[in-house]
Design a protein around this ligand. Structure first.
Ligand SMILES: [Zn+2]
Length: 295
């Protein structure tokens, strides 16, 4: 493999800044910050980067006066999560304590860590050890002590190479990265199957909703209840306002309302005017009653 020169490394470190300034891979943009799709090194199924436009170098350069900006970045993170099929609690939002990039970048990453670019033990450890600092922790540190302390190079190295690999969603632990990858894949396939099933239920619900609208005219059913969108719990000490907009994908997951189909209404109406149908209707009722009584 060709050795990277210092110039190459500097170019890589500026990559996100160049993307931001060129407007490349931007999904959401405001006057203060932007959300970029992580097209180069996604480490999970959904992986986005929120960057401020102000030239803040890294998380350890943040000061309490940046709290409103962080609040705004979190709002953008919520907006991008709303565009995915996953609920907010399936995402990690925060910063690398020792980021390679030369501009502050906040990760919004789904907790599956199932991606082609999740290739080395360091990739896992960056997001699953103290090398990753959650958004709420950064805010709390800025409020409590005014800054986020940098980590020593020795500690960073130790954490990067930590070989005890704990799954982020169960008790699984192993020292073999390939085994962890295989294990993460199992979690991912289960979630995928669950999402497919949920989608199928949502589609069925849409069909039922169509019937519901039709049947509602006959006064047969009530109006389906609105779903309550889950809200991420926030640490009590954090005064930063975090809003979650209703997720349009989740909004389809309303509980299915049992529909009482007025199946016999047309039969009864018909039976009033049609003697043959009336007899058939009586016979049907008799058969149904006999069946009920013999139970
Ligand atoms: Zn697990």
């Amino acid at each position: 493999m060709q050795q990277m020169t210092n110039y190459d490394i500097e170019q890589e470190r500026e990559l996100l800044t160049r993307m931001l300034e060129a407007g490349k891979n931007i999904i959401i943009e405001t006057d203060q910050a932007a959300v970029l799709r992580n097209v180069k090194w996604p480490k999970a199924e959904f992986h986005y980067i929120v960057m401020p436009k102000a030239p803040i170098a890294r998380v350890t350069a943040l000061k309490p006066q940046h709290l409103p900006l962080l609040d705004h970045m979190m709002e953008l993170a919520n907006q991008i999560i709303e565009k995915t099929p996953l609920p907010p609690n399936e995402f990690r939002i925060g910063f690398e304590i020792d980021s390679f990039m030369n501009r502050l970048n906040m990760h919004v990453i789904s907790n599956d860590f199932h991606a082609f670019h999740m290739q080395r033990i360091e990739h896992w450890n960056i997001f699953n050890t103290e090398l990753f600092i959650d958004f709420q922790a950064v805010c709390a540190l800025l409020l409590a002590q005014g800054s986020v302390e940098p980590m020593s190079a020795a500690k960073v190295k130790e954490l990067l190479l930590r070989s005890e690999l704990h799954c982020n969603r169960c008790e699984f632990v192993d020292k073999n990265f390939s085994k962890l990858k295989a294990h993460l894949y199992q979690h991912w396939t289960k979630r995928r199957a669950m999402m497919d099933m949920t989608k199928s239920i949502a589609n069925t619900h849409l069909d039922l909703l169509h019937n519901h609208t039709f049947n509602a005219r006959l006064g047969a059913v009530g109006v389906p209840p609105r779903i309550l969108v889950p809200v991420r719990p926030l640490a009590a000490y954090n005064p930063i306002r975090i809003q979650f907009q209703p997720n349009p994908c989740r909004a389809q997951l309303q509980p299915i309302v049992p529909i009482i189909k007025p199946a016999n209404l047309s039969w009864q109406a018909n039976a009033q005017s049609n003697p043959t149908a009336k007899q058939a209707y009586k016979k049907q009722n008799k058969t149904a009653n006999n069946a009920y009584n013999t139970k």
